[in-house]
Design a protein around this ligand. Structure first.
Ligand SMILES: [Fe+2]
Ligand SMILES: [Fe+2]
Length: 212
C-alpha cells in the first residue's frame, strides 16, 4: 500500500464514537473501571478498524458500525419480543450493551492496512488495491478473546461470558469437529436465551444489514 493510502485509512472520522461511549458509560460497572476501559478503547484502533478483510464492513470504522448494529438488533429483539428474556431469564440494559458493543473486541489490534494485486477485468492490467490484512497482536481466539479483554476491566456475569464466547454460534471454531467444544456450546445455549440471541443478531447484522 502507498503510504498515503495507509494514512487515509487510519485517519477515518469515528462517526459512531459519541453514541458508543455514551452507552459504555451507562453500564452497571464501577465508574473507575468504565473510565479505564474507555481510555483503553479510545487509545485502541476500535473506531478506525474494519470489521473484516473482505466480507462485511471491510472499511475503516466498520468494527464500530457493526458493533452498534448488533447492539441495536439485540436490544430491539429483546424489547419487542422478549424471546425467552423474562423474569426467569432476566436481562438488563447493561447486558445488552456489553454483548452488542463488546462481542467483537477481539478485532481490536487485529487488522492492518495492506495491498493486493488485482486484475482489472476491463483493461486486463494488474492494479494495486488497498486491503486490510490480519496481524493479530493478541492471538487467543475470537469470542474467548473478547471475554478476556472485557475481563481485564470488568467482572462479567456468567451469561455475558457465555454469550460472547459463543457468539459465532455453530460456526464457532471446533463446534463441528470437536466433541468437547460441541457439547460445551450445546450446554451454553441452554443456559440463557441471550446466548442464541447475540449470535443471531450478529448474523442478521453481518449477512443482511451490512451486506453489499
Ligand atoms: Fe465475531
Ligand atoms: Fe460480530
Amino acid at each position: 500500500m502507498h503510504r498515503k493510502d495507509a494514512e487515509n485509512q487510519q485517519s477515518v472520522v469515528p462517526i459512531h464514537r459519541e453514541e458508543i461511549l455514551k452507552l459504555w458509560y451507562s453500564i452497571d460497572q464501577p465508574k473507575e473501571q468504565i473510565a479505564a476501559f474507555v481510555a483503553w478503547l479510545i487509545n485502541s484502533d476500535f473506531f478506525k478498524a474494519p470489521c473484516s478483510t473482505e466480507f462485511h464492513l471491510c472499511r475503516p470504522g466498520g468494527l464500530a458500525e457493526h458493533s452498534l448494529n448488533v447492539y441495536r438488533l439485540l436490544k430491539e429483539k429483546v424489547d419487542r419480543y422478549y424471546l425467552g428474556c423474562t423474569s426467569e431469564n432476566p436481562v438488563t440494559a447493561s447486558n445488552i450493551i456489553v454483548l452488542g458493543l463488546g462481542h467483537d473486541l477481539c478485532k481490536v489490534h487485529f487488522y492492518v492496512p495492506g495491498y493486493r494485486n488485482v486484475k482489472n477485468d476491463v483493461t486486463g492490467q494488474w492494479e494495486r488495491k488497498s486491503v486490510f490484512k490480519v496481524e493479530d497482536q493478541f492471538p487467543m481466539g475470537h469470542g474467548e478473546k473478547s471475554v478476556s479483554i472485557l475481563q481485564d476491566y470488568f467482572q462479567l456475569s456468567e451469561i455475558e461470558k457465555l454469550a460472547i464466547r459463543w457468539h459465532m454460534g455453530p460456526w464457532t471454531g471446533g463446534v463441528v469437529e470437536d466433541y468437547a467444544t460441541r457439547e460445551a456450546y450445546r450446554a451454553g445455549i441452554k443456559r440463557h436465551p441471550l446466548v442464541t440471541l447475540l449470535s443471531t443478531a450478529d448474523i442478521e447484522a453481518s449477512q443482511i444489514l451490512e451486506a453489499d
